[in-house]
Design a protein around this ligand. Structure first.
Ligand code: G3H
Ligand code: 13P
Ligand code: ZN
Length: 319
């Protein structure tokens, strides 16, 4: 089966009350861990490549690794550009064979966001690809793509944005953010074990957006949950990640039952991989073969993605 767009995946997810996982990929082991998990659970899948990933691995390697995963698994896989920051980058990815692109002009004024998104939609649709755009900004500090201070999506803008751009899905800001430090300790309470409990997502905004855009697929970025078991392993084996905290999984599960059809996860993969490698090095200081320490890292990713598919996204058996 060739790469697919997310169109049919989202239609089925919307009606079925589940979401598709959009996992960021940067190298072979990450791609293998994710796709083996999805294949074993017969789950539809979005693999997404950021501008930074494309610069790190180079455009051809990631493309070919994803094509290899399609051959190996036979799964419907959508290859998506994450946080495209210009028309030219989106066009280049469509030309390379991506079936979906995100044009992220969320930090720009409304009219400018519409203008650039419209241009990307015209090109992508002409070439059989679909487009995600964003309204509202996520807070968080990570690379080039987020802002120190976020702003929630304004539901009163979504109908005009979608109808004027012709976009296929919309990312909204309801309190998630990128990275492993999504909430400051002072924004949280602590449970009996002293673990940070973040404030709830703004489901009122999500519900108002869905009321205004019935049947339209919504996307949540910044949806890692920062599993505390990985943070603990990292910290016990030489790492230093104090107060790392993510979005509780039960809230993502709830969002997936509503209009959220795509849930973006990157940081949890990074934590799974780093925990596996740190633990391995600590336990086997004499080893130096990358295959030895990347194997448990890849296994951690596979187990994490299986858990997300079954317990958070609810998309097992939906491919
Ligand atoms: O939302 C952003 C993703 O986590 C990608 O991050 O730009 O470091 O590849 P990156
Ligand atoms: P996390 O940092 O929460 O994994 O978010 C990833 C993301 O939104 C990619 O676009
Ligand atoms: Zn994102």
């Amino acid at each position: 089966m060739p790469l697919v767009t997310s169109k049919e995946m989202f239609a089925k997810a919307y009606d079925g009350g589940y979401a598709i996982g959009a996992f960021n990929v940067n190298n072979m082991e990450i791609i293998q861990g994710i796709t083996e998990a999805a294949a074993e659970l017969n789950a539809p899948l979005i693999l997404q490549v950021s501008k930074g990933a494309r610069a790190y691995a180079n455009r051809t390697y990631l493309m070919k690794l994803v094509e290899a995963a399609v051959i190996e698994t036979g799964l419907p896989i959508c290859l998506h550009l994450d946080h495209g920051d210009s028309y030219d980058l989106c066009k280049a990815c469509v030309d390379d064979g991506f079936t979906s692109v995100m044009i992220d002009q969320s930090s720009k004024p409304f009219e400018e966001n519409i203008e650039v998104t419209k241009q990307v939609v015209a090109y992508a649709h002409d070439h059989g690809a679909v487009v995600e755009a964003e309204l509202g900004t996520l807070s968080g500090i990570e690379d080039e793509i987020s802002h120190a201070v976020g702003s929630y999506t304004r539901p009163e803008e979504v109908e005009e944005f979608v109808s004027r751009t012709g976009v296929d899905s919309l990312a909204i800001a309801i309190g998630t953010s990128h990275g492993a430090y999504k909430f400051k300790p002072e924004q949280c309470t602590r449970n009996a074990d002293g673990v940070l409990v973040p404030p709830p997502l703004r489901f009122d905004i999500l519900e108002e957006v869905s009321r205004r855009l019935p049947g339209f697929p919504i996307v949540l970025h910044g949806s890692s949950s920062v599993p505390q078991e990985f943070v603990k392993i990292i910290n016990e084996h030489g790492g230093n990640m104090p107060n790392a905290v993510g979005v509780p999984e039960d809230q993502l599960r709830h969002a997936a039952k509503l209009s959220v059809c795509k849930i973006n996860i990157d940081s949890d993969l990074r934590l799974a991989m780093t925990a596996g490698i740190r633990q391995y090095f600590d336990e086997h200081p004499e080893h130096f073969d990358p295959r030895q320490y990347l194997k448990p890292a890849r296994a951690n990713i596979k187990a994490l993605v299986k858990h997300k598919i079954v317990d958070v996204l609810g998309c097992d058996g939906k491919a």
